[in-house]
Design a protein around this ligand. Sequence first.
Ligand code: ADP
Ligand code: G6P
Length: 458
Amino acid sequence: MSRLVIISNRVPAPVKEGAASAGGLAVALKAALEERGGIWMGWSGKSSENDEPRPLSLTEEGKVTYALTDLTGKDVEEYYYGFANRVLWPICHYRLDLAEYGRKEMAGYFRVNRFFAHRLAPLLRPDDIIWVHDYHLIPLAAELRQMGFRNRIGFFLHIPWPPADVLYTMPVHEEIMHGLAAYDLVGFQTDHDLENFAGCLRREDMGDAIGDGRFTANGKIFKGGAYGISIETAAFAEFAKKAGSHHMVQRARQSVKDRDLIIGVDRLDYSKGITQRLDAYERFIVNNPAHQRKVTYLQITPKSRSEVPEYEQMQRTVAEQAGRVNGALGTVDWVPIRYINRSVSRPILAGLYRLAKVGLVTPLRDGMNLVAKEYVAAQDPEDAGVLVLSRFAGAARELKNGALLVNPYDIEGTANALARALNMPLEERQERWRRMMDYLMEHDVSRWRDDFLNDLTA
Ligand code: ADP
Ligand code: G6P
């Protein structure tokens, strides 16, 4: 079996498979690497002071080599913060208004991709299968092809892909589209993203879908598909079952005694719709006085990409908003919103999801949204909670038969869905949950990985 080479901007620490701290994606990809042997390459997360040389730091773990590279401060500024997170991230999340184009940042993005390709090249064997992840590294295959590599190379985009009208506002859209066409397989989260991609090819007569999941562009044929990413459903459910004994989860349970818990868990990111969600919760409380002092909304939100001005601004906006709602609606013995700016460990998170009667997941746009899937997997079948889910999350396409779907821009509608969730009879909650859980047991992260790799190697 050929070796597998994975490249992603962030590389998880080389901890053992199944370790409590590792997310499902890391566990699933590590399992594939351990089976085939291979390399996981990416950025170390550090920036070095001087420009060169930046040797790869190699760590061997059984048959897997972790290859990490530092970037210079300028690289991080231009490639990571500048182009990846101030151009591609907003554009792919349909936020034209937030995209900040700069020639320097665009050049930095392509330069760092070339640098990755040059660092990777000496480690590659001719029959290695290469799998590149996410928007930071779209041009990587084109760089490798230019260096003469003929390996199978696949790409998976973890975030949404926008329609042509949105993408083509980006000055270097052509280079980005050519970058994607250099892969043998391009994977998206949903059919909708895949259709948008086909539309982008057609718009400038660059290529088209030609059936059977194949596309043409630049006189070349390549494959494209939708592969919805998922979680380790069974393992996460097991975590949640056991999490009740954790003292933090016990303390949380004690603190919400006699109250219904609503939970929101997201990176502090404008795509997650946190401000609209807080508005909807406030509206729900105002519209439903019977629920006053009977609910607690816990929003767990670690800071993210704080050097990007929009994210920094958001930290202030959300903190002020939570403070304002608590000030306006709180009473001497009730705080309506508990707002926490930290990560929590996966076992505790699983326990908190299970405590919550409602999982409130309302991104304005999201590639998939794993929190929605984790919330479902963590529920107690005897007393299942309700998932209130944005129709603009990739997960909505998979969980629509069980979740209450909402339009996160419709504050009144989301407030009504919250009321419906909290008043839902047990039988309906169980039925809805069972439909989602059956789907997630069948479509877990291992299946996502295997479907993608089978198509790439076929
Ligand atoms: P994104 O990848 O955009 O952050 P997802 O919902 O797809 O959104 O994935 C987020 C992942 O990060 C989930 O696995 C979730 O459990 C984890 N996560 C998010 N917030 C926290 C938090 N406060 N503490 C621990 N894990 C978190
Ligand atoms: C999303 C992206 C990932 C990214 C993660 C955290 O899930 O798809 O590629 O790693 O957000 O963002 P960060 O910028 O901290 O890596």
